[in-house]
Design a protein around this ligand. Structure first.
Ligand code: TXA
Ligand code: MG
Length: 323
């Protein structure tokens, strides 16, 4: 595996690898993706092998521009064009009915396909150079924390990936919002930086939140984005008491909190930003850091119960659902 600064030579090399059916990890504004030629079933199968991901979990296809949407989706509703025009390039994946030529390997056997135009210069340059759609899940092993830096990708995938394009730390830090527009009503499948309210405002229509998991979306599984260390969420007011209780039991504790716990000496403490966007940016690197310290427990201070924190609540809930 090779890590290359994403200059034009590296981008050309990456595009060539994709054309040859190889895997390339690349930065997006949300998290790093593990990319393959979305039109090449053989290449797409390599993604599942590298991640250890069940083959019925569909992938998002990254496209270079709105104009190429029609190559991947059919019966595209007006709402999709409205949302794409408003939020693309950006952290919004849209589920639509697939064109017949989209390989079933990409869609996990389903007749719908997830599409997004990412908002990262390296991703966009790679898409331009490659000239097609790039299927890319997050570049982590199945059920692990998504990578927001190249070092995370290397840790996760090692030699399973031919090339990693260096693009710095991801700005958004959590995966894209997913909206399903293939049915009668828009449904939110995964919260992200683009909130349900923001989507409703642009659509002028209510968006349902999908709880049912008829469709297999790994992002919707209860245990996902999980550190190996047990993680516990705790309301601010109960934090000192919970900490004392657990350390009294001899547990080695790492803290992810907004303010330092003064009367304690935790093995590790990460002070998290109080701004939701900045918190999201730091979230996965922080979990990964604490997860590497061989602790017994990661104790996480619950963020505010506010709309801006929706995606973070979702990911923290998943990170801490392992018992
Ligand atoms: O921010 C992101 O979306 C990142 C970057 C790399 O773009 N990608 C990402 O991919 O998070 P992944 O595979 O880790 O998560 C994609 C989610 C999964 O939960 C998958 O099941 C869902 O999208 N998905 C993809 N196609 C779908 C479809 N046709 N129907 C329902 N869910 C779908
Ligand atoms: Mg993922």
């Amino acid at each position: 595996m090779q890590v290359l600064a994403a200059d034009s030579t590296a981008i050309t090399a990456a595009a060539r690898l994709l054309q040859q059916g190889q895997l390339v990890a690349f930065p997006t504004e949300t998290v790093y993706g593990l990319g393959a030629d979305a039109a090449n079933p053989e290449a797409v199968r390599r993604i599942f092998a590298a991640k250890g991901r069940p083959v019925d979990h569909p992938l998002i296809v990254h496209i270079p521009d709105l104009a190429s949407l029609g190559q991947w989706a059919q019966n595209i509703p007006e709402s999709a064009l409205t949302l794409a025009a408003h939020f693309w390039p950006g952290p919004l994946a849209i589920i639509l009915n697939k064109q017949p030529n989209v390989p079933l390997e990409v869609t996990g056997g389903q007749t719908t396909v997830g599409l997004r135009q990412p908002n990262h210069p390296v991703a966009l340059q790679l898409l331009q150079a490659f000239g097609g759609g790039i299927a890319a899940p997050s570049a982590n092993r199945f059920c692990r924390i998504s990578p927001t830096q190249t070092s995370h990708v290397a840790e996760e995938l090692g030699d399973a990936v031919a090339l990693i394009l260096e693009g710095g730390a991801c700005q958004v830090g959590v995966e894209s919002t997913i909206i399903d527009l293939s049915g009668l009503h828009p449904q939110l499948l995964r919260p992200g930086q683009i909130s349900r309210a923001a989507i409703e405002a642009v659509l002028g229509e209510r968006v349902l939140v999908s709880k049912a998991t008829q469709v297999r979306t790994s992002g919707m599984m209860a245990v996902h984005y999980a550190p190996a260390t047990r993680a516990l969420l705790c309301p601010s007011g109960l934090l000192p008491e919970r900490y004392r209780q657990l350390s009294g039991q001899g547990k080695k504790i790492g803290l992810m909190v907004f303010h330092s716990l003064t009367d304690t000496a935790p093995v590790a403490q990460i002070l998290m930003p109080t701004d939701a966007d900045l918190y999201a940016q730091a979230l996965y690197a922080s979990l990964r850091k604490l997860d590497s310290l061989r602790l017994d427990i990661i104790l996480i201070e619950q963020p505010p119960d506010h709309d801006d924190w929706q995606a973070i609540h979702d990911r923290l809930g998943k990170a801490s659902s392992r018992l």
